[in-house]
Write a protein that binds this ligand. Structure first.
Ligand code: SF4
Length: 404
């Protein structure tokens, strides 16, 4: 055994989260080496031992800590070639520590990058690790580019129009085991699900062993119309039960003026209509809002209040609200999101430790008046929705909105 395909696992809610980065090249990997799962705390980097000390490991990374863990292995095993890819390598590319000499960074770990050839077989596959409990969460890539690409703060707008993964992968390739005793949650991986997928593929998804499908979605008119048709069809097939879908939607800032400035391509009315539809079909949904704007007006704040009151009346128990800081965007190259949208200067660096490494974020400097307006908006979300936020995001928000 001199070739290992390393993937990490963690937790999401009550399920074991498998960051199954090699599933789209499952057969090729299986023929070339062995899979190796590492049980991992999301923010932990440790001296985890590997079963080989020479040869090559391909490490699929999803969180920054995965990248730093790969660096640690490279230091501990100097005779090992450590090839690191996956969505988290962009954190390394932001100027964090230089990798050890035996590390090769790849933008992805697709077939061409590992095997130097096009994929022959599109089937998805996985070897589930032993002894991890009944519920598992895995991902299946639908496509890797946003069809909208216009939001001012988002790195998707810098990606080319045509890309290798700019297609809708058919669910026919999602080869889940026939008689699995596990209960699966499947993350349909895409920056935002497209109307074609909603209409043509959603009703075909297997539901026998899958308890939930999750995806990012835009609240635009085309999506809402497609979803109406699709959810009706799904609902007729499974009867009067909650549909097993969870959708994550970026609302960002629900005033018409701000939605136009950031070129979101939606209105707050669209968002409320989407909330009505998802509530009607008892789907779970997560709405995300951004704070850290340097251009708010009092009218914006009034609009947020009205929007929040309406949303609260509509959404009831199926909605989870998230608040995110407008900071150094993992996808926004060269400039920060705040610089692009607000023309803000970028100030203090806040960070946290990842083993011997530090994960750092720069935050925008807001005027006193703007900090107050942002805090008012935050308070509206808190009063109405008890938003969820991680400790890291919370500390960034406090640094950004706190008093001097
Ligand atoms: S924020 Fe979402 S909708 Fe906007 S460009 Fe980025 S991925 Fe697309």
């Amino acid at each position: 055994m001199d070739k290992l395909f390393v993937q990490f696992m963690g937790r999401i809610e009550e399920a074991k989260l498998l960051s199954n980065g090699f599933s789209h090249v499952y057969k090729e990997c299986k023929n070339a080496g062995d899979f190796y799962w590492v049980d991992f705390k999301k923010d932990g980097v440790e001296e985890a031992a590997l079963p080989i000390t020479k040869g090559t490991i391909y490490v699929s990374t999803f969180f920054p800590s995965h990248v730093f863990q790969a660096f640690l292995w490279a230091e501990s095993y100097p005779d090992l070639k450590v090839v690191v890819g996956g969505p988290a390598v962009k954190y390394h590319l932001r100027g964090y520590p230089s990798p050890p000499k035996n590390v090769i960074i790849k933008s992805g770990l697709a077939e061409k990058e590992i095997f130097n050839k096009e994929r022959e077989n599109k089937d998805w596959g996985i070897e589930v690790p032993e002894g991890i409990g009944e519920k598992i969460c895995v991902s299946f890539v639908i496509n890797r580019q946003c069809y909208w690409k216009k939001c001012l703060y988002c790195g998707e707008r810098y990606k080319g129009r045509k890309g290798e993964y700019n297609f809708d992968n058919s669910v026919a390739y999602l080869k889940l085991p026939e008689n699995s005793r596990k209960r699966w949650r499947v993350w349909l991986s895409t920056p935002c699900i497209r109307r074609n997928f909603l209409v043509n593929e959603l009703p075909k998804l297997r539901r026998d062993i899958v308890y939930n499908y999750t995806a990012f979605m835009r609240a635009d008119k085309a999506v809402i119309n497609a979803l109406k048709v699709s959810l009706k069809q799904c609902s007729e097939e499974i009867g009067d039960k909650s549909l097993p879908f969870t959708f994550f939607v970026g609302v960002e800032f629900p005033s018409e003026r701000m939605l136009k400035i950031i070129q979101k391509g939606i209105t707050s009315d669209n968002v409320l209509k989407l909330a009505e539809l998802l509530t009607f079909y008892k789907c779970d949904f997560h709405f995300s809002f951004i704070l850290g704007w340097n251009i708010l007006t009092r009218t914006d704040v009034k609009e947020v209040r009205k929007f929040a009151e309406k949303l609260k009346r509509i959404a009831r128990e199926k909605l989870v609200v998230h608040i995110n800081p407008l900071v150094y965007g993992p996808l926004a190259p060269f400039k920060t999101r705040a610089m692009i949208v607000n023309k803000s200067k970028i100030g203090v660096v806040v960070g946290y430790e990842l083993g011997p490494y530090k994960y750092l974020t720069r935050i925008p400097i807001l005027s006193k008046e703007q900090r107050e307006l942002n805090r008012e908006v935050r308070d509206i979300y808190v009063e109405n929705f008890e938003p969820w936020t991680s400790k890291r995001r919370q500390s960034i928000l406090e640094a950004m909105l706190g008093d001097e």
